[in-house]
Design a binder for this molecule. Structure first.
Ligand SMILES: Cc1cc2nc3c(=O)[nH]c(=O)nc-3n(C[C@H](O)[C@H](O)[C@H](O)COP(=O)(O)OP(=O)(O)OC[C@H]3O[C@@H](n4cnc5c(N)ncnc54)[C@H](O)[C@@H]3O)c2cc1C
Ligand code: SF4
Length: 562
């Protein structure tokens, strides 16, 4: 029999990452009593190791096979390493399944306050009406039930708080934001920017990124040490663990319940309202119930939908809030298996050990299928590139002795770009509960079905080809390009499996991420995205979340309940 822990909350927020942190901050600052129910451990500056050299680690960060024993999936991405591995889920304790012939690497499953924002790449880009209304333009899928003008004030609010370094470019399809002064481009990045614009008319800009160049709210500007994914004692990048969550806790209105693995949303069938949550304490393995006036899921797309599927009732036998039958369907996640690199002149620069490391690279704005241009023949929608340049010693210099030592010091400069492409929402890409398997807390796990379609395959090919074209235009030498199928499929930007829409028959949530079926149940992470444009999702996740919280508060004020 689960114990009742506390029933004094107005709102329960599941998850403390990008979305959960903002929900807790916004609501508790407005005076609501909030509990953040977070599966992970508390995060603290003591866990950060961005200044720790590898030789201070037991295995010098050179024994990936040891990490792979408990994190065979998480360690596919290099941010899960000897420094950070225990921030991530133990893949053996909390598995998921896929069809045997169709693997999907579900990485970036954090179990710390702050969720994925502990290790994210921080690229922060706005969507535009070219994205929100893409279905009307090319006929695939559904339009979002909101427009850019609805979200613009929330982008402003979030950017000012988060702190985004960026350059204004005046592009309609990649709107400018409230930027902090830009970090400088390297010489190679400047050359690439200028020549690609000149010869191909494409915009290469600083990757707009949640790294500070000016202090805000007690957070210091970046000091260019480099490995943001290991934490930051000066709090110079955006991580919910040292921004939104402490702000929420400092109001005195918010309680953080850590190690609390939510199993299901509890329903009151008589009123058709969510009445709370059932969770398992990950340390004691005991179950607890919490009660509130509203429940918000912010656990990351697959995790939130897993909770909904596990919350099935007699009234909602196929999962909570699923009268439409679309819950779990239309899984999208960027493809990024095309790109290229090349060598550039060093332009007088010398490499040194311990040189400042700029944690922000470049971004090539989408250039296919733009408004006012003829549609591209090979695919619909588009992709952008993230890229970076590097200066290094000439490790491959031939010879030996004094001449070799001299040759190694001759610097080498290179620049690489990786495509990030939009994946079309398709019914056949979906998640469901696996009837055979539970995690160590006794909670049924997900089975993920995800593969690329024709549109994605054509786009990946173009990512490789266009990377080569741009590098050539910029004068690079030794150009290497690649374009291969994204198999096994993987992603860090999953979205769309509880999608928003105006029509309750075709969607799970309305434009305020409120369940069509259950009025006091919200899902404020990327699972509500109606489509997954090529820009990175998190700035939009956070901005939508704040907008939806304002709606929730307005409704509570208006009628006292939802
Ligand atoms: C390596 C990496 C690089 C990335 N780079 C970028 C980038 O450059 N730009 C960008 O826009 N995005 C990037 N992303 C994606 C970005 O981190 C996510 O979009 C964002 O953090 C998602 O926010 P969220 O609130 O949905 O989930 P998260 O931030 O992951 O937070 C979810 C929280 O919910 C908790 N939780 C999960 N299940 C439960 C449960 N059942 N009960 C209780 N709590 C639960 C988790 O422990 C976690 O703390 C990157 C991600 C990774 C991993
Ligand atoms: S590079 Fe900047 S933001 Fe990243 S950890 Fe170092 S100081 Fe912090």
């Amino acid at each position: 029999m689960p114990a009742e822990k506390n029933s004094t909350f107005d709102v329960l927020v599941v998850g403390s990452g990008a979305s959960g942190g903002w929900a807790a901050k916004r609501l508790s600052e407005a005076g609501l009593k909030v509990a953040i129910v977070e599966a992970g451990r508390p995060q603290s500056d003591n866990n950060f190791s961005e200044h720790k050299p590898a030789f201070d680690l037991k295995y010098r960060n050179m024994a990936p096979e040891i990490i792979r024993k408990t994190r065979p999936i998480q360690s596919h991405f290099d941010v899960c390493n000897e420094y950070t591995q225990d921030w991530f889920v133990n893949d053996l304790d909390e598995p998921y399944t896929t069809p045997a012939d169709n693997p999907f690497h579900w990485m970036g499953r954090l179990r710390m306050t702050g969720g994925r924002t502990n290790v994210w790449g921080r690229v922060s880009l706005r969507f535009s009406d070219a994205d929100f209304k893409a279905a009307s333009l090319d006929g695939h899928g559904e339009d979002w039930p909101l427009s850019y003008s609805d979200l613009a004030p929330y982008y402003d609010l979030v950017e000012k708080y988060v702190g985004v370094t960026g350059m204004a470019e005046g592009l309609e399809h990649l709107p400018d934001g409230q930027f902090q002064p830009p970090m400088p481009l390297t010489c190679q990045e400047s050359v690439f920017r200028e020549r690609v614009k000149q010869k191909l008319g494409r915009t290469v800009t600083l990757a707009r990124s949640a790294n500070l160049t000016r202090p805000i709210n007690g957070r210091g500007p970046c000091h260019y040490c480099g490995p943001c994914d290991r934490g930051c004692v000066t709090h110079s990048y955006f991580n919910a663990a040292f921004t939104t969550v402490p702000d929420a806790l400092n109001t005195g209105n918010c309680t953080l319940i850590s190690n609390a693995m939510v199993h299901k949303v509890l329903m009151d069938p008589a009123s058709n309202r969510a009445r709370g949550l059932l969770y398992v304490d990950r340390v004691t393995r005991k179950s607890y119930e919490l009660f509130a006036r509203a429940v918000i899921l912010c656990a990351q797309s697959q995790e939130s939908v897993r909770v909904l599927l596990n919350s099935a009732t007699r009234e909602y036998p196929n999962g909570l809030a699923n009268s439409s039958g679309v819950l779990g369907h239309y899984l999208t996640a960027h493809v990024r298996s095309g790109g290229g690199s090349g060598d550039f002149p060093t332009l007088g620069a010398k490499h040194t050990l311990g040189a400042p490391v700029k944690p922000v690279g470049i971004y090539v704005a989408r250039f296919r299928n733009l408004k006012g241009e003829p549609p591209y023949k090979k695919f619909i929608r588009g992709f952008g590139y993230e890229g970076e340049s590097g200066l290094d010693f000439n490790w491959r210099a031939p010879g030996f002795g004094a001449a070799y030592k001299q040759a190694v010091l001759e610097p080498r400069a290179s620049l690489n770009v990786t495509g990030f492409g939009e994946v079309l929402p398709r019914w056949d890409n979906f998640v469901e509960l696996d009837p055979q398997l539970k995690d160590i807390y006794g909670i049924p796990v997900l089975k993920i079905h995800m593969s690329d379609g024709e549109n994605e395959r054509a786009m990946i090919q173009d990512m490789g080809d266009s990377a080569g074209e741009m590098l050539e235009a910029a004068g690079a030498k030794n150009i290497r390009t690649y374009a291969h199928p994204s198999a096994p499929r993987w992603a860090l930007h999953e979205a769309g499996i509880a999608r928003m829409g105006a029509d309750p028959k075709k969607s799970v949530l309305n434009q305020f991420q409120q369940s069509h079926d259950i009025k006091n149940l919200f899902v404020m992470d990327a699972s509500g995205f109606t489509s997954n444009p090529c820009q990175n999702p998190t700035l939009t996740i956070m901005s939508l979340c704040v907008r939806s919280c304002d709606y929730l508060m307005g409704e509570l004020k208006r009628s006292g309940s939802l």
